[in-house]
Write a protein that binds this ligand. Sequence first.
Ligand SMILES: NC(=O)c1ccc[n+]([C@@H]2O[C@H](COP(=O)([O-])OP(=O)(O)OC[C@H]3O[C@@H](n4cnc5c(N)ncnc54)[C@H](O)[C@@H]3O)[C@@H](O)[C@H]2O)c1
Length: 342
Amino acid sequence: MRQLRCGIIGCGRIGCSFDDYTKNKTIRTHAGAYFKNHTTKLVALCDIDKDKLQKYGKKFKVTGIYTNSSEMFRSEHLDCVSICTLPDSHLDLVKEAASHGIKGIFLEKPMSNSLSNAKKIIEICKKNKITLAIDHQRRFDPFYYSVKKNIKQSKIGKIQLVNLYYGAGIANTCSHVFDVLRMFFGEVESVSGNFSTNESGNKLDPNIDAVLKFKNGIISKLNSIDVRNYGILEMDIFGTTGRIKLNLATNTLEYFKTSREDVLVYKNLVLSNINVKRSHQSAITLGVKNLVRCIQTKNEPLCTGEDGYKSMELILACIQSSIERKEVSLSLLHNDYKINSK
Ligand SMILES: NC(=O)c1ccc[n+]([C@@H]2O[C@H](COP(=O)([O-])OP(=O)(O)OC[C@H]3O[C@@H](n4cnc5c(N)ncnc54)[C@H](O)[C@@H]3O)[C@@H](O)[C@H]2O)c1
C-alpha cells in the first residue's frame, strides 16, 4: 500500500519542537510521529514563522515548506494533515483541508474556540467523509485502558470521590483531564466552578476549581495549582476498598488497598502496587497509527470529534459557572463563551 502524504500546520511545540527537548527518544510531536511511521510520509510543513520552517524542514527532510496553508494544500495533494495551531484558527483550516480532498485530520485540542465552531468542524468532516481524530492523547494509549479496566472490575470497590490536580489553565491542561474523566466515568450531569486563587499567570486561560457531578452519581473535585511553581496532572480515585492514584504526566499508577492494623480503630490505605507504563510507543505515535488505520478502514478513531466537543463543553461549563456563579447543567444548549487560549 502506498504511504499516506502527510502535512503539518503549526510547527510549534506539539507540531515539531517538543522532541528537541526530550532526553530519551520518546516521540512527542506530530512531525516525529509521521516521520517514524512506515505508512506515512511527511511531505509538507506550514508555519507563518520562516525560521521554524527552515529548522524543521531540515530536521525532518521535508522540502515542501509553506508560510501559507492554501498554497500547501494546492501544491501537495495531501491525504492527511495535522492542525497544530491555536484553537481560533481550527475551523478555517478544517474548511480549507476539506475543500482540497483531505482524507484524515489530526486536530489538536481544544478542538475549537467555541461550541458552534466545533459543531461545524464535525459537520464538515462528516459531510466530506474525513476521518477526524482529536489529540487527547491518552485515548490512544493502552495504559489508560488498563486503568479503566481496573476501575470497571471494581478493584477499589464503589467509587466515593475522584480528586483532580492540574496547573496550566482550564482549556490547556484541564481539557485532557476532562477527556480522561469521561473515558473512565462516563458523562457529566452538572458543573459548579469558581475562578481559582491559584492563578497560573494566563488571564486568557484561567485556572478554575470545580465540582463535577456525573450522571452515575460519582462526584469529582477539580483542584488547580499555580503552574509557575511546578506542573501537576494527577487523578486520585477513592473507592470503598482502595485507592488509585494516577499521574497523567508520568503515566504512573499507585494502587492502595485497605488493611487493618491491630491497634487502629479504622482501616488504613496501604500502598500495594506501583505500575508504570512499560510500552516505548508514545501516545502520539499510537494516535497517528490509529488515524492511518481509520482512514483505511473507515472506522471511528479512538478519540472522535464528539469526544473533543464534550471536553470543550466541560471547559465552557466551568467558565460559565465561574462567571455566572451558578451550577451549570450539561449538555450546554446555549453557550456563547469562548476559549481564548491553548
Ligand atoms: N495534545 C497535547 O498534548 C498538546 C500539547 C501541547 C499543545 N497542544 C495544543 O496544540 C495547539 C498548539 O499549541 P503549541 O503549544 O504547539 O503552540 P505554539 O505556539 O508552540 O505553536 C503554534 C504554531 O502555529 C503557528 N501558526 C499560527 N497560526 C498559523 C497559521 N495560520 N498557519 C500556519 N502556522 C500558524 C505559530 O507560528 C506557531 O509556530 C494548542 O491548541 C494546544 O492546546 C496539545
